[in-house]
Structures are given as C-alpha cells and as structure tokens.
Design a protein around this ligand. Sequence first.
Ligand code: SAM
Length: 206
Amino acid sequence: MLSAAAAERNKDPILAVLRDCVNPGRPLQALEVSSGTGQHVVHFAQALRNITWQPSEYDRQSLTSIEAYRAHYKLNNVQPAIHLDASQPHQYWGGIQPESLDLVLNINMIHISPMACTEGLIKGAAALLKPQGLLLTYGPYAVNGQITPQSNVDFDYSLRQRNPEWGLKDISFISSLAQKHGLFLEKIVEMPANNKCLLFRKESLV
Ligand SMILES: C[S@@+](CC[C@H](N)C(=O)[O-])C[C@H]1O[C@@H](n2cnc3c(N)ncnc32)[C@H](O)[C@@H]1O
C-alpha cells in the first residue's frame, strides 16, 4: 500500500466536491483514471456507497498498490483495478462500454502527463459517460494563459524541465477541447493549495 502525502491532504476536499455533485440516492458507476496509490478510491468508496468504483492506472507498481488497498478495505463497491493508458482510445480501456458511466474522475494527472493524455481522457470520458454524466478533474491549471501564484509558476517550470510535454494546461484550452467532444464546463471549484476542480457535463441528446 503506497502512500502519497498529497492524496492524503486533498482526499477530503475532493470528497466534499463529489458529495455536492453526485446523487446519493441511486446506484452510480464511476471510473477513476490514474488512481495512483489507491488512497482516493477507497476513501471515496467508503463515503459514497451508492457508487461502484472502477480504479485504473498506467503504472504497474501503482496497480499493485491499488489492489493492496482493495484487499485491505474489502469494499464491495470497488472493482479490481484495470490497466489504462489515458492516451489510448477508449476501446483499450478494459472493455468499459460506451455510455455506461455516470462519473469519470481524474486527479492530478493532466499537468504531469503529455497532452495526448488530456486529449485521450476527454475523448474517452465523452464516449463512456451516459448523457448528463460528469467528468471531474482536479489539479493546478493555467487561466487564460496566466499561472498564479508564483509557487505554481515554479511548479510548472520544474515539470517542463522533467518533461517538455508536461506542465500546467490552460482551462480555456481544456474547455474548448471538451466542448468539441460534447462535454461542457459547468463549474470551476477553487480548492486548497491553488488547485481547482473542473466539472464537465456531457450534453444530453434529448
Ligand atoms: C501525480 S500522480 C497522481 C496519482 C493519483 N491520481 C493521486 O492524485 O494521488 C500522476 C498519475 O498519472 C499517471 N499517468 C501517467 N501517464 C498516464 C497515462 N498515460 N495514462 C493514465 N495515467 C497516467 C501516473 O501513473 C500517476 O499515477
């Protein structure tokens, strides 16, 4: 069971956003893209029992950690973790059926992965969400080309030093990309430590 300090700090603030935006009264299906250690998925699954959670990861070591959390907490609303590369088309996302999900959750991946992952996340979520389903992303973002405060500017610089394809993405860019695929930015929630939650709603076909 790996443990990430950031996940420990942000799991309750993100849970509060989830409580505000998901219906507690009916069974729901959620996919978490890039579950990391597995700390988030077990925390959310304990609190939101009406949601069946599908964790996923790209990194094999993290998959082992997610499985260790699952075994430890014995939650019947967490599925075995699947290998998922967000940059790949949704047809490679473990056989999840189109329009079968109520929620896609992605925490702290967009800034620390190439643009192909952001594009894949949005296209995949657009295909797999039911109409009116929700894509929730969490992390640090640029706003209209500006990164604030200085700590996020420094963080962006350090990410780009590690990999020129990484770095904070702009909300307006993500939003227009999402819109092209039928996901509309419904809400931005300011979060602790200069992060934000972005809530995208899949358009209804009726
Ligand atoms: C900063 S960690 C965040 C993990 C977790 N969501 C959390 O908040 O603790 C970034 C995650 O992105 C994942 N990642 C990197 N490339 C990916 C890809 N192509 N598809 C899916 N996830 C990827 C990494 O494996 C890593 O778990």
